[in-house]
Design a protein around this ligand. Structure first.
Ligand code: UDP
Length: 238
């Protein structure tokens, strides 16, 4: 993160948003025929398609948990999702995001109902302009619900950050690159449980509080969008 670009002018951001404004969002459930569940989520220029397969028996067997199922997440940045073609295949960054996504999603699923099973969540980033882990989780949670997996609620995610010493909501690419802090969170709005919190950059307690407040409000709006998408799909099926 560097700080040499003007990212705030007269209280407005480079794309005209206010400090507490999310990018425009789109959400859809049930977009893929061959998956058990699927979801699409877009925040500004970041788009993710998620698919869910399972619950199904986990192989190899030594990975099975006798008392509960597990969630396995694959996060993949498509080669065409970024300006410079991303080298296809696994990366350290992708593996790390897959791991934290597993943690974030596992807390909402009643995994004890599926001993020895796995639920696989594939999150394909088709367009990246910052916040890909958040959008991936938003699409992943829709896909889990679409698959009919019993859950305590939804996971909703967005980032707050700091640009020009000012806390703001939902960084886009240039803000992420030239700003000071990126703070993605994911939470279950129903219970208030925070299931992912990561931070890149430097801040203090006061700013941290402000960024968290912004991100929590953002997650509430994301949750509304996710619910709308699910209502639309399940409404159609009835
Ligand atoms: N990015 C990229 N190539 C990469 C990784 C990231 O162009 O190999 C860009 C992409 O736009 C991404 C942004 O950098 O959204 C920020 O990446 P970060 O690791 O902070 O994760 P994110 O904010 O996407 O969750």
């Amino acid at each position: 993160m560097s700080e040499d670009k003007e990212l705030l002018k007269d209280g407005k951001r480079i794309d005209g948003r206010a400090k507490d404004e999310l990018r425009d969002m789109e959400a859809e459930a049930g977009i893929l025929k061959r998956a058990d569940g699927s979801g699409y989520f877009r925040m500004g220029g970041t788009e993710v398609i998620a698919s869910v397969f399972g619950p199904r028996e986990l192989h190899p067997k030594h990975k099975q948990k006798p008392q509960r199922g597990i969630i396995q997440c694959r996060y993949n940045l498509a080669p065409f999702s970024v300006d410079d073609r991303k080298r296809p295949g696994p990366s350290r960054r992708g593996k790390e995001i897959g791991k934290v996504a597993e943690g974030a999603l596992s807390s909402i699923v009643f995994l004890e109902e599926f001993p020895t099973a796995t639920i696989d969540v594939y999150m394909e980033v088709i367009s990246a302009d910052a916040g890909t882990r958040c959008v991936a989780l938003n699409a992943g949670a829709i896909a889990l619900a679409d698959a009919g997996i019993p859950m305590k609620g939804l996971i909703s995610s967005c980032a707050a950050g700091k640009i020009e010493d000012t806390p703001v909501l939902d960084l886009k690419g240039e803000e992420d690159k030239d700003g000071q802090v990126d703070l993605p969170i994911a939470m279950n709005i129903e219970t208030g449980e925070i299931t992912l919190l990561q931070m890149d950059g430097m801040t203090d307690i006061d700013e941290m509080d402000k960024m968290l407040d912004l991100a929590i409000d953002g997650c509430e709006k994301v949750a509304e969008k996710q619910r709308e998408a699910l209502m639309e799909t399940f409404g159609d099926k009835k």
